[in-house]
Design a protein around this ligand. Structure first.
Ligand SMILES: NC(=O)c1ccc[n+]([C@@H]2O[C@H](COP(=O)([O-])OP(=O)(O)OC[C@H]3O[C@@H](n4cnc5c(N)ncnc54)[C@H](OP(=O)(O)O)[C@@H]3O)[C@@H](O)[C@H]2O)c1
Length: 232
């Protein structure tokens, strides 16, 4: 049986815009309490929403965000890691700083948030983790941004490890892997037409469903595409 969203508390990063903001809206509409993590403003106000500071590159940020959520809501049932970046790093680039930054924000960021929230997810009994990875974490597609692909492959791997570590505690972890989604991140893309990209609201609806699946109906990886590829 699906879990009841009412009264459940979800942390959502990347909440200032794009997919993260759509997830916050969707979870509030579904009855969740939401503690949004953002390093800038969140263009939304709701009695069931608390906005807290979250800067993925700062190791102290995730514990402070979790503490703020628990102080306000008393519990944490779910974490949705959405914050991410995609500066270009190609195979032959000498300067690795973009690759390092993506590993920090896209991979270590989610790990740190989950680690900080862990005791609360265990206490919740049916803790849920959704990591917004990417189809770039499943295959090398049309992009030549290997730094992004490495960070997202690693996030898919981290999600498997989280599912394994949390299983006996009732924690379930899913990697949600979209292809092109029409947001700021893809606004300058010349690889695919914006009008044909997936919509953030549809990705958000899938994220919400993943949070509500029962312990014995686990979607390890959910692959969402806006175009035809051989196996996707
Ligand atoms: N759009 C796509 O086609 C697509 C496809 C597959 C997967 N994804 C993934 O989906 C997630 C959301 O992407 P999006 O398209 O919604 O991107 P977006 O519109 O560019 O939003 C990125 C979000 O991440 C936040 N963020 C960036 N760096 C951060 C940091 N250091 N600390 C905390 N927050 C940070 C941003 O906050 P600020 O507003 O403060 O910058 C913003 O809220 C990302 O993980 C992305 O890789 C996107």
């Amino acid at each position: 049986m699906m879990l009841d969203p009412n009264g459940r508390v979800a942390l959502v990063s990347g909440a200032s815009r794009g997919i993260g903001l759509a997830i916050v809206r969707r979870l509030l509409a579904d009855g969740f309490f939401v503690c949004a993590g953002a390093r800038s403003t969140v263009p939304l106000s709701d009695p069931n929403l608390l906005v807290a500071h979250y800067e993925a590159t700062d190791p102290a940020s995730a514990p402070a965000w979790v503490a703020a959520a628990v102080a306000r809501f008393g519990r944490i049932d779910a974490v949705v890691n959405t914050a991410g970046i995609n500066p270009v790093f190609r195979v032959l680039d000498e300067d690795e700083s973009a690759a390092d930054q993506m590993f920090l924000v896209n991979t270590k960021g989610p790990l740190r948030v989950v680690r900080a929230a862990w005791p609360h997810l265990v206490a919740a009994g049916h803790g849920r983790i959704v990591n917004i990875a990417s189809l770039s974490g499943k295959r090398v597609g049309s992009s030549d941004n290997v730094g992004y692909q490495m960070s997202k492959f690693a996030l898919v791997g981290a999600t498997q490890a989280m599912r394994k570590a949390g299983w006996k505690h009732g924690i379930r972890a899913s990697a949600l892997c979209p292809g092109f989604v029409r947001t700021d991140m893809t606004a300058d893309s010349t690889l695919f037409a914006a009008a044909a990209m997936s919509e953030a609201d549809d990705v958000a609806a899938l994220a919400a469903q993943l949070l509500l699946l029962p312990d014995n109906a686990v979607v390890a990886e959910l692959l969402v595409n806006c175009r035809l590829e051989d196996t996707l």
